[in-house]
Design a protein around this ligand. Sequence first.
Ligand code: ZN
Length: 163
Amino acid sequence: MDYTLPLFLAHAIALEREAAERYHELADMMEAHRNDEVAALFRDMVRYSRLHHDSIVERAAGVTLPSLGPWDYAWRYPPEAAGEETFDPALNAYDALRYARENEARAMQYYSDVGLNSSDPEVRRLAAEFAAEETEHVAAVDDWLSRTARPAAPWAADPHVDR
Ligand code: ZN
């Protein structure tokens, strides 16, 4: 898909806004589980996503943005929450991080695809910059994952098994 600047900005704004909302939910959940360290990571991610969102909104000043339908890069809830648009309140830190990682990786993939494929040089420039940012987010989440105990039955291993 060849992204024009308005289309790209609209998607990037939606992506960052959604990331901020999901991280906010995840941070609240980790606090409820008394996992203050992972909650703090997610609060940082809320802040980064909001800052990024606001800077893209600023960049989009004067640009007429198209309205967007559902798209492939929107955050997906873990399979066990399918259809409910909410997290399982028992989501543990490891699975929350796995979930965040998956969505960060999808954002990174999205931005790098656009960065490589748009015919608009400004879109390519912005997308490459955003992809680099997402690469850092993936690395930050990976770092936490490596320090977080893996539960006996992570949802990603088999989403159809009841725990
Ligand atoms: Zn990110």
